[in-house]
Ligand binder design. Structure first.
Ligand code: PEP
Ligand code: MN
Length: 332
């Protein structure tokens, strides 16, 4: 349920009302907007007397919300959430490009890529250290060593880093990481989501391979319900019957999610298409769809990449994509 308060409501009146709800076992999520204050009410609100509430002179309106996601819901929090990743803001008009290799492979590879993507205009460095691979026989990532190399690349360039965490046991290694990615395969790993809700670092939550938007939002809710609101959603393609592309890029999810939630929504054309030749057009399309940012795989030599070479761009190709994205941003 949400209660929109009149702008004339005093802080004391708001506090009294919140206390009245809390006494009935209802949690109150207060959002102060420019023009009004919204109280998001979470819990069993079935016994709340709607007529009594509507009659209070500080109440503008009261609405029951049937959506199962509450904290992530835009109705609860009408203004865009802005997430800060090591000083780089995402959301609320702040557009980011996170770029880098699928996997961190060596110091030279990650530092060289970080410098190249920064020169082209990327604002965040991505790179996988713990890799969720479909086959157990494929390269599984450099793990803790990979995280250390990412930190070296951050020292060399100043770019904050985004990297995947696969289980809550790995959390101690991520103390010095700016943004933790939850990969598509872990979108419904609820124990991991709950653990990430108890820290305050930004979380990049990728849509599951066959997840609906509602399931993605419910996974964000798991993180937020534990207290961490620094969640960024990522559309990275979903599994369909199509085989020419690795996945089907569901770009309609970007504006749809932005209607449903106040959280930033970014898009990943690399995993969505699986093909380097499609990254430029789909990056442009994702930008124009209203995404708050893009995640793009870049490798100094894609043919030698230990993972996802077919969808990785060379630094030169990436620079061309950045130019195209910047042009698209001017029409928004
Ligand atoms: C990745 O970003 O390298 C990755 C594994 O992505 P996803 O979880 O979307 O497949
Ligand atoms: Mn990858």
């Amino acid at each position: 349920m949400i209660a929109v308060l009149k702008s004339s409501a005093t802080p004391q009146q708001v506090a009294n009302l919140a206390e009245w709800f809390e006494k009935q076992g209802i949690r109150v999520n207060e959002t102060k907007g420019e023009y009004c204050t919204v109280l998001g009410l979470i819990g069993d609100t079935t016994r709340v007397d709607m007529d009594l509430l509507q009659g209070l002179d500080i109440i503008e309106s009261v609405t029951r919300i049937s959506d199962p996601f509450k904290k992530a819901n835009r109705k609860f929090h009408p203004e865009d959430t802005i997430v800060d990743i090591g000083g780089v803001k995402v959301g609320g008009g702040n557009f980011v490009v996170m770029a880098g290799p699928c996997s961190v492979e060596s110091e030279e590879q990650i530092v060289e890529t970080a410098k190249a993507v920064k020169a082209a205009g990327a604002t965040l460095l991505r790179g996988g250290a713990f890799k969720p691979r479909t086959s157990p026989y494929d390269f599984q990532g450099l793990k803790e060593e990979g995280l250390k190399l990412l930190i070296k690349a951050r020292e060399a360039t100043g770019l904050p880093i985004v990297t995947e965490i696969m289980s809550e046991d790995q959390l101690p290694y991520f103390d010095d990481i700016d943004c933790l990615q939850v990969g598509a395969r872990n979108m419904q790993n609820y124990e991991l989501l709950k653990a990430l809700g108890k820290i305050d670092k930004p979380i990049l939550l990728k849509r599951g391979l066959s997840a609906t938007m509602k399931e993605l939002l419910m996974s964000a809710e798991y993180i937020m319900a534990e207290g961490n609101s620094n969640v960024i959603l990522c559309e990275r393609g979903i599994r369909t019957y199509e085989t020419y592309t690795r996945n089907t890029f569901d770009l309609s999810a970007v504006p749809m999610l932005k209607e449903l939630t106040h959280l930033p929504v970014v898009a990943d054309p690399s995993h969505a298409t699986g093909k380097a030749s499609l990254i430029k057009p789909m990056s442009m399309a994702a930008t124009v769809s209203g995404a708050d940012g893009l995640e793009i795989e870049v490798h100094p030599c894609p043919s030698k990449a230990l993972s996802d070479g077919a969808q990785s761009l060379t630094p030169e190709q990436f620079a061309g994509v950045m130019e195209a994205i910047n042009k698209c941003r001017t029409v928004l």
